[in-house]
Write a protein that binds this ligand. Sequence first.
Ligand code: F6R
Length: 607
Amino acid sequence: MCGIVGYVGEKNAQDFLVSGLKRLEYRGYDSAGVVTFGDKGVTLVKAKGKIGDLEAKLAGLKRGDKVGIGHTRWATHGEPSEVNAHPHHVGNIYLVHNGIIENYKELKNALSGYEFKSETDSEVLAALIDSFYQGGKYPLANAVVQALKLIQGTYGIAVMSELNPSEIVVARAGSPLVIGVGHGETLIASDASALLGHTKQAIYLNDGEIATVTKNSVEIKTLNAEPVSAKVEEIETNLAAIQKDGYEHFLLKEIMEQPRSLEETLRGRVDLEEGMVRLGGPGLSETELRKIKHLVIVGCGTAYNAGLLASYYIEQFTPEVTVEVVIASEYRYRQAYIPKDSVALIVSQSGETADTLACLREIKKQGVRTVGIVNAIGSTIAREVDGGTYVHVGPEISVASTKAFTSQVVAMVMFGLTIAQAKGVRSGVLKPYIKEIAKLPGEIKKVLDECRELVKGVAEKYKDYDHAVYLGRDTAYPAAMEGALKLKEISYIDANAYAFGELKHGPLALIDDRFFELALLPEGELYEKAVSNVQEVLARGGHVITVTNKTEFDLPVESVVKITTSVEALVPILLNLVAQLFAYYVAVEKGLDVDQPRNLAKSVTVE
Ligand code: F6R
């Protein structure tokens, strides 16, 4: 979603602002802008479209200004346009804002003497700050605090005034902000990746904190004016991790790097000799683990699908534990009762998803123990959960989540295994899963290497369809859901997933030449039943693609992708790799922007 950058130091601010915004491009945006202050006054430039459009407008305006802020906007209030783009300029104030000001209409009505140019809530916040600033009568930070005390909603903001051009004021509530501490320079970003190559020292601002930064100082307070002693942390990511590494798209890179990213998830956590998994992060004692009777798994989109798939496995080996998987945007408003002895797994790649974060806070209020399954280190969810397991897949740049899904599933299965171990479930039951987990990185590599070209060829045949139905049963059903999500978000083909058993209850009516069907058919107990379901689709003229690990597969389907693997229970994770590659190649064939699909953002920090 929207991105913020800021710079104050000795170098050309525009260089950092533009390169920083480029780093944040992956989050999704539709307009961008920067403002810098210098000897020649204020330079405020905004553009609809991509950073390239902004750069074109900035060409020739390089003035060597040494302080400035910039923004990429993902439209919420008002269409993508130059006037709605940030920074917003009102009176003496320049402001960039991530988040949503819910009471902006009331505030707007109450503000007299201001003419608003844009349709945004952010411009109202700029005006409110200006009204308290009173032409520099009060310190900028004080004016920002006064304004923020009247705000309902979420924000990460960076504010400047030309009357005090050597400082930037930043504040956050629900939208991340990181302050990079350099030598004689201070940098600001909504995502630490923008800081890489400039500094590795960062201060992560907490909700309710406001900081005044100059090139040599960072002063942090709470909104109630209590001083906060800043904790400087090392940014763990490196530059190589956010580059394409020779691949045409980040998405393909991230699909292909899954053997390695999963190895990182497993590192030090699987003990094959003892037949045990060990997860330190959740911070639950053996006694606490033994007591667990119920798991609530919370996530959005892919994280939800990962939770659903993991829940099927967890139920297989922890018979006394019930598992409920919920969509965060729904759950946060339900009057859900969470029984005693529950643990909530909060699943999020970015660790910043607004709905997931809201659920975490609601669940904590009920006194339920929360465990994060998070990728982004130091993210808000990672910091607010009681304990957690990082999946450690490194930065996921492509909007469509792939490597995070695989590792989220495995991390949650491992969490289930730790509960089962503590409850004394026989090792004979658990060891087969542990063995499969240990060999999964190698099996993933084999499948990706063997199938990539084959899947590309299959994808070419289906790029012109408007609709797709993904099918699976048991553990292959959540995998089908994830496959359908990937296809729809990057290829814009309307794709929905159904459990095979549900076909006759409605979806079978869809089958005609406008649709193709992608069936995930893992070998196993329910294989023959799923085959019968495929036959029902074929009998109605379906255009079926099957993805299977069954060696003797002879149904007269249109296309088959066979994988060879010695993995059994976890096969749906491997079948999903094929669905990832399929979605990727369909989108490439259609000439679409696979890494930044239209209308979507990487980290959904607004509701
Ligand atoms: C789909 C996708 C989204 C995210 C969802 C949750 O490919 O990326 O559905 O999974 O927005 O995001 P996180 O995991 O960051 O909470």
